[in-house]
Every structure is written in C-alpha cells, then in structure tokens.
Design a protein around this ligand. Structure first.
Ligand SMILES: [Zn+2]
Length: 466
C-alpha cells in the first residue's frame, strides 16, 4: 500500500508539475548533445596540438584555414567558403634575450618577448639605463631630460580588485599598445612593459602595439617582461637607479600576404535573407597554441551549427559561422567580412562572438536596442538550469563589431574570466588549460541563444519596420 502511494505521488508530481515548454526541451537537447556528442574539444585538440600558434600570415594560420574548412565541409552545411583578405605578416624571429645588469659583468637573465608589431633591437641588442613609470601620463612630467636615451619601463599592474578581469586589462593595456609611440616622443631608446597578467609568474605576454604615425626610422623596440621579472626590475631600480637593462630581439614586419576568413552556413527555411552570425577568430599569437584565445571560440562557433539542429530543429533564418582571420594584429578579417556584407547589401540581424576564453560560461553581454534587450531578459529563466545568470549590456566582440548598425543585435559570450589573463597571449595558452565540459557548456550556451533569436526574431527599429 505504501509503495502504491509513493508511485501515485511520483506520477502526480510529474504530471501535475511543471510541463516542459518547447524551448526548455530544445535547450535541454542542445546541452545534452554538446556534453555527449560535442565536436568542439576534438577540433580544438587538432588546432592546438597538430597545428599550434596561428599568427596571421604563418604556415600554421593557413593550415588552420584548410583544417576548419574541411571540418565544416564534413558536417553537412548548405555552403562553406573562403573569403580572401590581405593580412599583415609579422615574425618574431629567434627567441628574445634580456638581462638586468647591476654592475658591469653582474647580470640576471629575465624572460621577455617582443610585442607584436615591434621593430627589432640593433643587431648587438640594446643596453641602457631604465626609468620606471606607472603609465604614459607620467612621461610629460619627466620630460626629455629624464627619458632620452633610456629604456622606459611601464610597470602599472592590472587592478587585482576588479572582478571583471577584462576591465583590469583595459585599465593597463594602453601601456602595451601605445607605450613605445609615446616614449619615443621623448627620445626613449626602447620600452619594456609589465605583462598584462594578474598573477606573478615567469611568462611574458605578448600582444599588439602601434607606433601610430611615427616614421619608420624613429621607431623604438618594445617588449613585454614577465610579472615576476617586472617586480625584480622595480625592486632593483629602487636599490640602485643606475642599473642597466639589456635586450635583444630580431622580429620583423614583412609585406602583407593573402589569407582567408572561413565561412559556413545553414540557409534559413523561412527568412533566408536575415543572417545570423556566430564566430571567433582563427588567428592567434605565436607563443602558445592559442587554445583559449581564440581556439575555444572557433570550435564553439563551429559546433553551434551542429548543436542547433538537435531534436531536428531547422533554423528559420540563415545561420553563418565565421572564423575571422587576423583579430590579434590587424582586425582585417572582421573588417573585410563587414565590408563584403555591406557591398552585397546583406541584412545581418544578429551576431554573437566567443573571444573571452573557453572557461565556464556565465552568460552574455549585449550591444543592442532597449527592445531587444528586454526580449532577451525574458529568456533568462530558460538558462538558469545551466547556471547561466549573467545578462548584461556591454561590448560584444572585436570581429563582429564592424558589422554594427541599428538593425543588428550584437552579443558576446561571457565565460568566467578569473584565470583568463594567466594564459592570455603567453606560452601557457595551451590545450591542457581548456576543460572539455567547460568548453562544451560554452558551445551549448551559444547555440541556445542562437536558437531563441532564430525562433523569435529580433525587434527592428520602428522606421525600419514601417
Ligand atoms: Zn582573442
């Protein structure tokens, strides 16, 4: 009797309980497929371990184009193609070398790497006194008399109290990007920048830099130094401001070469002229294998096109995966894609980028109208079972940003960011630091949003509607 009651209770609680909506079922199917039959991790394994770092213009970047095209060809899309784009080609050359010299002949080697786009040092390297600053703002007060002939050492650390590590990054990255251009104006001989890393360790982190309008012959070499070595250099300078720093790098900017965005699409069944884009960038820096930045975003985006058809769903709108080339040191791929879309008069209604690492997804940031944001907030509850809680307004992704217009809803996947800058642009951005389930959850989270946008459409501004 007791047992029968129990069965009755269970049966009633299932029947009388919350009936699953169509959307709940579809999201569950997407997550189930990602976690049991996802392809993202295998694809990432190949990109990372068989190909490796994919700097624009390199052999590896071309191999990544060929490989991802082949994989997209194999998953039954309606169309897969390559979009040509000219990209810059910068090469690092032989590994960099640096030391702190406290007295003639007394040296301590320290880990550095050239910043992307930097010029080389003279053949014999560069040795000079060092002046430490907390940022570009300090240069003017110091003036030429304190800077000329020296190496400027930018040592403002990322703000450890910022929970958004991307905000901490934004608060520092001007030193890396414009540090050489600015210090050059005061006659500096070179620039050393504290790595954009919240952790104290021995990895130098590269990244893009610019000389602005500086004539070629006036450009000074720039390198990143590991955070541990930045601390050492700073302490050593406090003890003796007369120490010298030596570094040697032989990187080079070569002429532009042709490369490609890799694109695949499923044609919409009802509104084929409304295009939705999901993407990441195929190029990476050269020190690691670019697993988090942005191999993860690439393979997640590719898998979105498989996952969304879970349960037999057929997208109403045209869904494109775009693997952008050259985000890191030029954004040529993102600009080219937007340029071609405009020239063809294509209507893009939605674009989603994953370029913040392959860590546990937390949610999305949205760059869209109030109406579209309100609609998205209405979907938030559907994501709660998957611990996706973050629906905020903010930037989306560098590659999709050039598409921006008032008809377009932009979004960026927001994974947990606490460990991202341990790896970003450094030698330890490698496959073993990406967790399979976390990567798959990110792909499913993206596919779920794409499904909802496809099903319900976006809300166009009044004047376009009329
Ligand atoms: Zn990236």
């Amino acid at each position: 009797m007791k047992l029968r009651l129990l069965f009755l209770f269970l049966a009633l609680s299932v029947l009388g309980g919350h009936a699953q909506s169509e959307d709940e079922k579809q999201l569950k199917a997407i997550y189930d497929k990602a976690l049991t039959d996802g392809k993202a991790y295998d694809w990432l394994n190949h990109l990372s371990n068989q190909i490796g770092g994919r700097l624009s213009g390199s052999v590896q970047a071309q191999q990544a184009v060929d490989y991802t095209k082949r994989q997209l060809d194999s998953i039954g899309l309606d169309r897969v193609w390559l979009q040509p784009v000219m990209v810059p080609k910068w090469v690092r050359g032989t590994p960099e070398f640096a030391y702190i010299e406290t007295k003639p002949g007394i040296t301590t080697n320290v880990p550095i790497c050239a910043l992307g786009g930097s010029v080389a040092t003279p053949d014999g390297g560069l040795k000079a006194n060092v002046i430490e600053v907390n940022g570009i703002e300090e240069l003017a007060a110091l003036g030429k008399e304190n800077i000329a002939g020296k190496i400027v050492f930018y040592n403002r650390p990322m703000d450890r109290t910022s929970i958004s590590t991307f905000r901490a990054y934004s608060g520092c990255v001007d030193q890396r990007y414009s540090g050489a251009e600015e210090a050059g104006k005061y006659g500096a001989a070179g620039v050393i920048v504290r790595s954009m890393n919240l952790r104290l360790d021995d990895y130098p982190h590269t990244g893009s830099m610019s000389y602005g309008e500086t004539p070629v012959e006036q450009r000074i070499p720039a390198a990143a130094i590991s955070t541990n070595a930045a601390e050492l250099l700073s302490t050593t300078l406090k003890l003796n401001p007369e120490i010298k720093f030596y570094f040697k790098q032989n990187c080079k900017q070569l002429p532009d070469v042709e490369s490609y965005n890799v694109i695949g699409e499923i044609r919409g069944s009802e509104f084929p002229n409304e295009i939705m884009v999901v993407g990441g960038h195929l190029d990476s820096w050269d020190l690691g294998d670019g697993s988090h930045d942005d191999g993860a975003g690439v393979v997640q985006s590719m898998d979105v096109l498989r996952l969304i058809t879970a349960n037999g769903y057929r997208p109403k709108r045209t869904l494109r995966v775009v693997l952008f080339m050259n985000e890191e040191n030029g954004l040529r791929g993102g600009n080219k894609y937007a340029e071609v879309a405009r020239a063809k008069g294509e209507t893009h209604v939605f674009a989603l980028e994953s370029d913040a690492g392959g860590f546990t997804p937390r949610g999305f940031s949205f760059d869209c109208s109030d109406d579209n944001y309100a609609q998205v907030l209405g979907w938030k509850k559907l994501f709660e079972p998957y611990l996706i809680h973050l629906f905020i307004r903010g930037g989306s992704g560098a590659d999709i940003n050039p598409l921006k217009d008032e008809n377009l809803m932009l979004a960026g996947l927001r994974p947990d960011s606490q460990r991202y800058f341990d790896h970003h642009h450094a030698e330890n951005d490698t496959f073993e630091h990406v967790n399979k389930r976390e990567l798959e959850l990110g792909a499913a989270t993206m596919a779920s949003l794409v499904y909802l946008v496809d099903k319900y459409g976006t809300i166009l501004p009044e004047k376009v509607k009329g």
